[in-house]
Design a protein around this ligand. Structure first.
Ligand code: FAD
Length: 275
């Protein structure tokens, strides 16, 4: 990556082919984009909600019968506009950007919370294809907040793979927080690698549990990002720029940014705020 915009950093205007209902407010938006077909699990695209904002979004699907997809949870103007789009509306897409997860064989644990489930869906598919034993902890506040549950059920459909649903209020699956389920699992099973994406405090707790057992982690951090090409610095975490060096950091890198990881971040104006 040069650090300066190139022709390929120009948004490509694509049609929304389908907007699938995920939860009451979240949507999975399908589109056709040649470049996204070649992305690897964990990479993201910049999605331009015209008239509102441009945001980084993990690819929840790269090549679902030629279509790619992002799963959007509404927060501010940009994500709210994306969630209101209908088939035939248009968005801008540039990228894919960032690094990707490193698929490993053996017994692997995926921990996804909220929209952080998105990049773990294509990863879980790849992991199964290479022969890993996949346990997927899929968490949400309530049963109505579980993202991409249908997709996860399709992929994690039979033993030795295992899908563990966790909700804060117990309205579906196990009652509690994702790290509670991880703690209980690590008490009885050998895990060779953990992958996580979701609220940063959740990922920090999972990382601390993994460190106790010396299990390597790859965590995808969802922080504000503007340019995605290493120019603006808004996505800085310690010495790393998430758009260029991430969004996935491994255990060594997470240790290097231990003070910030799960505690504070820069907002879009460059001020330090809690995560
Ligand atoms: C690599 C990467 C991948 C991402 N993938 C996805 C994805 O797959 N799906 C998805 O929905 N989002 C994803 N995000 C987050 C997304 O890019 C936006 O931050 C989010 O959609 C809000 O954008 P906005 O412009 O609508 O709101 P903004 O105007 O940026 O924010 C509005 C308000 O909401 C708060 N807010 C925004 N995001 C969060 C959050 N995650 N947790 C708590 N408060 C928040 C802000 O602090 C602010 O107060 C990803 C981020 C990164 C860096």
């Amino acid at each position: 990556m040069s650090g300066y915009p190139t022709h390929s950093d120009r948004p490509r205007i694509v049609k929304v082919e389908e907007s699938r209902i995920e939860t009451e407010t979240a949507r999975t938006i399908f589109f056709r984009d040649e470049a996204s077909l070649k992305a690897k699990p964990g990479q993201f695209v910049m999605v331009w909600a015209m008239g509102a904002d441009e945001m980084p979004m993990s690819l929840a699907a790269m090549n679902d019968k030629g279509r790619s997809a992002v799963t959007v949870k509404p927060w501010g103007p940009g994500s709210n506009l994306l969630c209101s789009l209908k088939s035939g509306d248009v968005i801008g897409v540039r990228g894919p950007y960032g690094n990707s997860f490193t698929p490993k064989k053996g017994s692997v644990l995926l921990v996804g919370g909220g929209s952080g489930v998105a990049p773990l869906i294509p990863l879980s598919q790849t992991l199964q294809e290479i022969g890993a034993k996949v346990t997927f902890v899929l968490a949400g506040k309530t049963s109505g907040d579980l993202m991409l549950l249908g997709e996860a059920k399709k992929i994690i459909s039979k033993p030795p793979h295992n899908l563990i649903i966790v909700t804060d209020d117990g309205s579906a699956g196990v009652k509690g927080l994702a790290p509670d389920a991880v703690r209980s699992l690590l008490g009885k099973e050998v895990v060779d690698q953990i992958y996580s994406c979701g609220p940063e405090k959740m990922m920090r707790m999972v990382f601390d549990l993994a460190e106790e057992k010396r299990i390597p982690v790859e965590a995808s951090l969802e922080r504000p990002m503007e340019c995605a090409i290493g120019l603006c610095g808004i996505c800085a975490v310690g010495k790393y720029l998430l758009c260029r060096d991430g969004p996935i950091l491994d255990s060594q890198q997470l240790k290097a940014v231990s003070k910030e990881f799960g505690s504070n971040r820069l907002d879009r104006a460059g001020r330090v705020v809690p995560v």
